[in-house]
Write a protein that binds this ligand. Structure first.
Ligand SMILES: [Zn+2]
Length: 148
């Protein structure tokens, strides 16, 4: 299954995080880990587990009368997919500015800082970026010219 087609809700993501950290957990374990901090009912957590199985994000195996869950998608795949979704909502011309704001807000270690600096030093720039929005979705000049 390709990660970019995965639509993972915020609640489903919380469940997946438990299973990335504790693969082969049964629903009782997931409920114990999430139940108190999230104030979710066990039935809610079971519904989320069921949805993730249906989406092929989790595999389930039955041992005795218990179901055990394991992730079929990696944390990296879900993060990449969420980033692609975020960028798909933003005009291509605003991505650079958005990235700068993300860096500004993120807590970074010296190692993180160095990593970002390395990526930036190797990054090739382009002279122009074309707006990829539907006309009427953003205020860039390309659109204004079209409508005149
Ligand atoms: Zn645009």
């Amino acid at each position: 299954m390709e990660a970019r087609h995965l639509k993972i809700s915020d609640s489903e993501w919380e469940v997946l995080r438990v299973l990335w950290a504790n693969p082969q957990s049964d629903s009782k374990t997931v409920c114990e880990i999430l139940g108190e901090s999230k104030e979710w009912q066990n039935s809610t957590i079971k519904t989320l587990l069921g949805r993730l199985v249906k989406k092929e994000a989790l595999a389930t195996t039955k041992k005795g009368n218990k179901f055990y869950y394991s992730p079929l998608v990696s944390e990296d795949e879900v993060i990449v997919s969420a980033t692609e979704t975020l960028f798909s909502h933003i005009c291509a011309k605003k991505i650079g500015q958005t990235l700068a704001e993300m860096i500004e807000q993120a807590p970074l270690t010296a190692d993180d800082y160095q990593l970002i600096q390395e990526v930036l030093s190797k990054k090739e720039t382009v002279s122009t970026i074309k707006c990829n929005c539907i006309p009427g979705q953003c205020n860039c000049k390309e659109h204004q010219n079209k409508t005149i």
